[in-house]
Structure formats: C-alpha cells, structure tokens
Design a protein around this ligand. Structure first.
Ligand code: URA
Length: 209
C-alpha cells in the first residue's frame, strides 16, 4: 500500500492557515499556494540521489555533490493544479511540465479527459502529479491512469488538502503512488467540498466564481 505523508513543516502549516482563510484575496492566495508548493517540493525531493563531483572553490579543490541526473516531471491537473507549478519550478528548474485536463461528465459524474500534453520521455521520469484538492479522488485516479497508460512508471501525488475518502480511493486504485499533503482534513460534505478545506481552489486562484 502506498504511503501518505503529511508535510507538517511549520512554514507550510502557517501559510496553509492563510490559504484556508476566506478573507484571503486572489493575489495573496495565489502567492501562498505557490510558496507552499515550493516548500512541499523541497520536502518531496529529499530522497533524490546525489553523485560526487570535483569542484574548485576560491580556496581549494573539493569533492562535492550534485543531483545525479534523475529526471523529474511535474504534471498539474487543470485547472487548479496550475496554481502550484511556478512555486515548484522555481526550486526544480530542470523539471519538465506536462498537463492533464479533466472535466466531470454531468451525467455520469465521472472525470473525462479533454487535454493531455506530456514530456516525450515520461517513462524515464519521476512524475509528480499536482492538484491542490484531493476530494473524492476521481480526478487524481484518472490522471494517474492516463499517465500509466502512456508508460509512466514512477508517480507521486502532491496535494495541499485531502479528504480521507479521496486518500482511501486513490490508495486503492494506485497502491504504488505515494501521496504528499499539507493537511489531511475531516471529510467531504454533501456538495463534494473538503471540510474544513479552503473552498474552490480553482475559483480562488483565478478569481472566478
Ligand atoms: N475541489 C475544490 O476546489 N475544493 C474542494 O473542497 C473540493 C474539490
């Protein structure tokens, strides 16, 4: 079974409080989401492999470390996932960014894929699927299905806030995909919102309603 990591770094938790606050406006909300995404990327990349290289400092020669060429990919689920990308690529500028667009069919309520554009070498990349909200898990499960169908082998899922229902469904569907969260909330309400959550992440990021 995959692992669930709640990244409870004090800076992440502090910023998440202001993200949740309904009085936080679009500009601050967007900045805070990017900042938390960067901090989460910092935590999620803790286990990246390193290799030794020789470098010459102004003082002496030294043996030092650089990332050993593991390729990363960031895959936001449209549209709210876009709000996390800039923060992450500030920290991991060599990562490629793929996009997956899904909408919910009003009749079946199932997610339907309408857009996919991915780096050509996804099978060699460690992919981080990003979406601020893991509610029912439907979109994340479908996005990961889509990546696996196209050859992806190493996938992690990173969300700001999750409901236990979404975590459970995602783990059932994808037991090989670890999940990284800033918070695991209480539940889903009857409208499909995470409680307490932060409202509609896409609307708050883009100022729509
Ligand atoms: N999507 C959101 O944007 N917010 C929720 O609470 C649930 C799904």
């Amino acid at each position: 079974m995959s692992k669930v990591h709640v990244l409870d770094h004090p800076l992440i938790q502090h910023k998440l409080t202001y993200i949740r606050d309904k009085e936080t406006g679009t500009k601050d909300f967007r900045e805070l989401v990017n900042e938390v995404a960067a901090l989460m990327a910092f935590e999620i990349t803790r286990d990246l492999p390193l290799e030794e290289v020789q470098v010459e400092s102004p003082v002496s020669k030294a043996t030092a470390k650089v990332l050993s060429g593991k390729k990363l990919g960031i895959v936001p689920i449209l549209r709210a996932g876009l709000g996390m990308v800039d923060g992450m690529i500030d920290l991991i500028p060599a990562a490629k960014v793929g996009h997956i667009g899904l909408y919910r069919d009003p009749e079946t309520l199932m997610p339907v894929e309408y857009y996919v554009k991915l780096p050509s070498d996804i099978e060699e990349r460690e992919l981080i699927v990003v979406d601020p909200m893991l509610a029912t898990g439907g979109s994340a499960i479908e996005a990961i299905n889509s990546l696996k169908k196209r050859g992806a082998k190493q996938i992690r899922l990173m969300c700001l806030v999750a409901a236990p229902e979404g975590v459970e469904e995602t783990q059932k569907a994808h037991p090989d995909v670890d999940i990284y969260l800033a918070a695991l909330d209480e539940k889903l309400n009857d409208k499909g919102y995470i409680v307490p959550g932060l409202g509609d992440a896409g609307d708050r990021l883009f100022g729509t309603k």
